[in-house]
Design a protein around this ligand. Structure first.
Ligand code: HEM
Length: 149
């Protein structure tokens, strides 16, 4: 098995990459801390890959008869990109196929903002609160089913 860039990053992670060590307990997480938190970045990336909020992106329409990966797509066909399945395909989902924000010129216009907010919100929640299961559920029984959006 080959290691992806993120796995390699995590493998060589120094102790200083831990949230509690990068951000002292007497201050809040800042945007500038995120670069030093490769594990947090990997968690956000993997979560978007396995649980993309838009499972089929925004539908496309073929403007002309097209052949795409050996499939004939007639003009005017409505095309859905199954990003959920692509993210779970072991042969894909590594490079260009990481598409929870879409791709090409209609890709998510809010990606830079969303990307920053996801890291900042998750790290702030982890930093400011102590988390535990409430006794009724645990890591095995928690409902992880996906819903659109
Ligand atoms: C985790 C958060 C978000 C995800 C996963 C997400 C995902 C997406 C996806 C998949 C598309 C369609 C891209 C395509 O079909 O190729 C899209 C479009 C778009 N998103 Fe987001 N988005 C997020 C947050 C945001 C935010 C915060 C904003 C605005 C501040 C935003 C603004 C837009 C706009 C304007 C489009 C339409 C772009 C176009 O059609 O040209 N998104 N987004």
């Amino acid at each position: 098995m080959t290691l992806t860039t993120n796995q390699q990053k995590m493998k060589s992670m120094k102790k200083t990459s831990l949230l509690s060590q990068v951000v002292e307990s007497n201050r809040k997480v800042q945007e500038t801390d995120i670069d030093q938190l490769p594990c947090l970045q990997a968690v956000v990336k993997k979560t978007l890959k396995l649980h993309p909020p838009l499972l089929f992106l925004v539908p496309r329409r073929a403007m002309a008869n097209t052949v795409f990966m050996d499939s004939d797509i007639p003009k005017n066909t409505q095309v859905f990109v199954n990003t959920w399945a692509i993210g779970r395909d072991p042969d894909k989902g590594q490079h260009y196929e990481f598409i929870p924000f879409g791709a090409g010129r209609r890709m998510c216009a809010g990606m830079p903002l969303a990307h920053r907010m996801l890291h900042l919100a998750l790290s702030s929640l982890l930093h400011e609160f102590n988390w535990e299961f409430d006794g009724r559920i645990d890591a095995k029984t928690i409902d992880m089913r996906d819903r659109e959006g």
